[in-house]
Design a protein around this ligand. Structure first.
Ligand code: SAM
Length: 212
């Protein structure tokens, strides 16, 4: 199977026609080997237009959802980015292509360890992994210029808003347990403004400031 060709087709048929424009995002999606973040038995589905099970009842998000959320982050290159929900590690690898340092928190230890091994194998040195409840953020490494939550949450956890730097952006799927909408929060001069984007369905963000 020619995975590079499958990635090119994914970008051409799933991302560009649905409005993803940021060339850096499209290039990262062409480059990062999504199949490498899946079990061998699922690698042939890696570039399909869907979320895929990664074990522990969790999923790797649909390529389009990864692209939308990444584009909304408006990353220029020098940012420190916090991701909540490492999962397979694919989204973190995309971010590592675009920003300076990536801090990613996962509550399931086994997933965090697998993702870390993948980052090592692919040579990413700017991704830092922590096991724990990401709804409390990563205070020791704050502030962050960008924060992305990759699990569905009833509201943006307050500690994450506190750990966002000024002129920072948070992207998260916000809603009830079974359906959410991508929300973008921009902090400017201490004030927050909110905009609403694509409808989506994510596994729940479970923790002190998420779902109990
Ligand atoms: N970003 C991932 C990827 O690229 O594969 C997909 C994330 S998956 C949709 C959601 C992840 O969030 C799961 O791995 C889940 O264990 C994790 N999660 C849920 N609640 C969490 C929490 N409070 N802190 C950290 N991770 C959490």
């Amino acid at each position: 199977m020619d995975f590079q060709e499958l990635r090119d087709i994914m970008v051409k048929t799933q991302l560009i026609p649905r409005g993803i424009k940021d060339k850096r995002v499209l290039d990262a999606m062409k480059k990062v080997p999504r199949h490498f973040f899946l079990d061998e038995s699922m690698q042939h589905r890696a570039y399909d237009d869907m979320a895929i099970a990664i074990g522990e009842g969790q999923t790797i998000s649909q390529p389009y959802m990864v692209a939308v959320m990444t584009e909304l982050l408006e990353i220029k290159g020098e940012e420190r980015v916090l991701e909540i929900g490492t999962g397979s590690g694919y989204q973190a690898a995309i971010l590592a292509e675009l920003a300076k340092e990536i801090y990613t928190v996962e509550r399931v230890q086994e997933l965090a360890e697998q993702a870390e091994a993948r980052f090592h194998a692919l040579g990413y040195k700017n991704i830092h992994v922590k096991v724990g409840d990401g709804t409390s953020g990563w205070p020791e490494e704050a502030p962050f210029n960008r924060i992305i939550i990759t699990a569905g949450t009833p509201k943006i956890p307050e500690p994450l808003i506190e750990q966002l730097s000024d002129e920072g952006i948070i992207i998260a799927p916000v809603g009830d347990r079974f359906s959410q909408q991508i929300v973008k929060i921009v902090k400017s001069k201490g004030k927050l403004s909110e905009s609403f984007h694509t409808p989506c369905v994510f596994v729940p963000l479970i923790g002190e400031h998420g779902w109990k």
